[in-house]
Design a protein around this ligand. Sequence first.
Ligand code: UGA
Length: 460
Amino acid sequence: MVRKKKIAVVGTGYVGLSFAAVLSNVGYKVFAFDIDEEKIETIKKGKAYFSEKGLDELISSGLKKGLLVPTTSYEDYLHEADIVFSCVGTPDNCDGSSNLDHVFDVGKIVANLGKEGVIFVQKSTVPVGTGRKLMKVIEEENPNLRYSYISNPEFLAEGSAVYDTFKMDRVVLGGDSSEAIDYVLGLYKSINEGMEDIDLDAVSEFAHMYRAKNNGEEGFNVVKTNLESAELIKVTSNAFLSLKISFANSISLLCNQTGADINEVMDGVGMDKRIGRSFLYAGRGYGGGCFPKDVSGLISIAKEHGVDLEIMEASTSVNSKMPNEIIKEVKEKAGSLKNKRIALLGLSFKPGTSDVRKSPAIKLANLLIEEKAFVQTYDPKAMEEAEKELKDSVIYTSSIKEALEESDIVMIATEWPELTNYDYSKHINDIKDKLIVDCQNRLDKEKIKEQGFDYIGVGR
Ligand code: UGA
């Protein structure tokens, strides 16, 4: 365990809350700050305000141990923290750039209330160059504070936030102080060492949706670098992954025209270790709070520096057209969708989460509504969040069976195992057009056809 033990985590989103809960379970005193009282009240009751496998249990046990302190009061606790991890949101501005208001707010708070010698660790995804600007703000706000600043981007994915926090595959640390970098590295090593009592299998259900298992490899890779490189590693990783997805989606359109099967094509391509199979799953495109925002943020910061990242523009445009391509194919097979009843299954942007931000499943719902279809939806976790977006434009049901009732077509928009393992043949007579649209290519196409359904995948 590293010498200093009190940690502040600012921002209780997926990153901040998972990190705070994990740290409190490996023996650290953690103050989890958020300005939203409602969120803090929920956390104090022992649960997250969003759905994430294993997180509620860790929050409860952190609270029970007296090591996790959820709070809205910086004044009461921030001065006690030896390290402050900033995990606040960076929503996108209308022009695609990142809104850094919260990031700079945290800088000012730490400048005014931070302990002498505090290590300020930036975990939020910020454009390259933000760290230096933030250091200037801190120094203007309180020229007397002795502190170190480190960029330590987070790579966890939603749906496997707890798993990824315990089993990170790399730790990237950038900054001017090698002492502070080593200090934070020690903290990560202690997470790895302190997880003996944690049942990782119980939180791994959604950890390998788009990537291969790491075959039990222990430990993690470490990158020590400068501030700007660390900042850029994070956004570049997300940008490259989005490119892989858009590349697979582009090739899937060619598969549609030629009789090739994109899943089999990418299985073959991915066997080349230089390429890899991860993130080459074609479908209705990527969504969520990260890829769309990080890609537009990267395009925007590059423009500021006079660099035209046209390759990323292409990724965005391929991605945004995938739901339209699916609707086009459904119409080719089923004719006009006017007055058809569509059972739209899955609304979250990926399985394992209640998050519907920029979810292509929501886009599919909206496109179906534009076509004047009736949409009957079901999602295992995201109904409440989806209702905020879709309001009364769709019908909300409480089970797959109910969503299928009197439907014409079934569309599986998000590959929750509950939806992809379901035996739709039980209800074949309820589904008038006998058409299943597999928007994330996770069904056994041949089996579905043998059962008497028509099948549409994305490139297969
Ligand atoms: C992503 C990155 O994977 C994380 O490493 C990163 O830390 C995180 O963003 C972040 O910046 O905070 P996340 O957005 O939670 O994580 O989820 P992913 O598993 O990456 O999926 C993103 C989207 O891409 C989903 O809509 C998913 O359905 C889609 N996807 C993913 C595909 O369509 N095909 C694939 O092959 C992979």
